[in-house]
Design a protein around this ligand. Structure first.
Ligand SMILES: [Cu+2]
Length: 142
């Protein structure tokens, strides 16, 4: 009986060791703005296609000096935004970054971007790896 229990523990540990989150970036776009805009906002759906939770910790891009995860909210009728902490995505779930809510705040642009351009943004996760998203510059939401 004891031996059987030891086997079960071993199997459980082995299954746990192979479980991993897998980040997929979908429907990624950035709202284009007139040249010289101080900041741009990007949107996407982050999906966890793996079998363990994922923790998104941040983002970066060669096209911007600073990329941060933000959330818009309304306070006394005034639209404001704040930085987001780590975002946990359960296996099989997704988190939407959409106008009026979560967004990628893109600052210190390295060059002019126009509708039709594509921007690569790397999204990092706590377990390492993360994923690259191809964000399409658009005048309107897709
Ligand atoms: Cu923002």
């Amino acid at each position: 009986m004891r031996l059987k229990f030891a086997w079960l523990v071993t199997l459980a540990l082995a299954a746990n060791a192979s479980a991993a989150g897998r980040l997929i970036v979908e429907h990624a776009w950035i709202r284009s703005a007139p040249p010289g805009a101080a900041m741009l906002a990007g949107y996407a759906v982050l999906k966890n296609a793996g079998d363990a939770s994922l923790i998104v910790t941040g983002a970066s891009s060669a096209d911007f000096g600073d990329v941060s995860l933000h959330e818009s909210f309304s306070e006394n009728g005034v639209e404001r935004m704040r930085p987001l902490g780590d975002i946990t995505i359960a296996p099989g779930s997704n988190v939407a970054f959409a106008p009026g809510g979560k967004h990628f705040m893109l600052m210190d642009g390295k060059h002019e971007l126009h509708a039709g351009d594509t921007v690569k943004i790397h999204i990092s996760t706590k377990s390492g790896g993360g994923a690259d998203g191809e964000f399409a510059m658009r005048d309107t939401a897709p």
